[in-house]
Design a protein around this ligand. Sequence first.
Ligand code: HEM
Length: 273
Amino acid sequence: MKQLHKKLDAFWEEKIQEHCRSKCSKGGHFLDFLISFTASTTPEAERLSLDDIKGALMDLFAAGTDTTSVAVEWAMSEVLNNKDVLKKAQEELEQVVSNTSMVQESHLHRLKYLQAIVKESLRLHPPSPLLGAREALESCEIGGYMIPKGTRLIVNEWCLGRDESVWERPTDFLPERFLQTQMDVRGQNFELIPFGGGRCICMGLPLALCNVQLSLANLLHCFDWQLPTHQALDMLDKFAGITLPKATPLLVMPTPRLPKEFYSREFTQGELI
Ligand code: HEM
């Protein structure tokens, strides 16, 4: 841990210095905002040290990297295991985006079925299944349970998403369940809180949703996919400390669907990625 800490500390130091030296830093970058709080003109109580900035960057990268890739991998796996879902998603993409363009952020609000796929995948596979731990500052009562002051409280979002008193056919992957409802993942519907809720809700939520939807949309729009065997994918998970990735990584064969100029390299038939 000590060795890794030194390595990581040097990495952040270099990135911050590199950013300060870079001519493209014109004040609009998040890092510029943080650095502006190191100035001696900032009131002492609000002033940030270099270590504070490194800590903030560390938090963002730790909280935002694995969670996002785990979410995309699960959604891809569910779609590939459910061929009718794949077909509907690709039809929607063809209608909204057309085959002469990649998916842009501006298309996302019209991709209702794709949004439903992402919600349904987050329901079954919340990347951060125990959210963030809470501690009761005061004794209180929740749902008839007495919670004494100082109690550590851990929310099992994985179970909430599969609760049969809330969800019909809870273990089936059915994006359609979200088409006729306003239910969302933004912390207002307590049946579905993969980003948590309240004051500690994930601060990267808008970025995360956009990244997951956009990555998944482009994977489905730009390629046809085949599994290496005719068997259904292994959907077992394996807890990795904070996140819950697949126990066996997804391996699939892509075939390009768009004109050649959209790809930076060629894909050979049967290539596994
Ligand atoms: C699909 C992707 C993501 C998922 C599922 C996710 C989920 C979560 C969850 C469950 C929490 C705890 C919320 C709570 O306890 O109520 C959290 C906190 C947090 N997330 Fe995310 N997150 C994702 C992506 C991101 C990204 C992209 C960033 C930033 C770039 C980010 C930054 C954070 C931070 C800083 C916190 C701590 C917030 C606090 O304690 O005040 N997350 N996230």
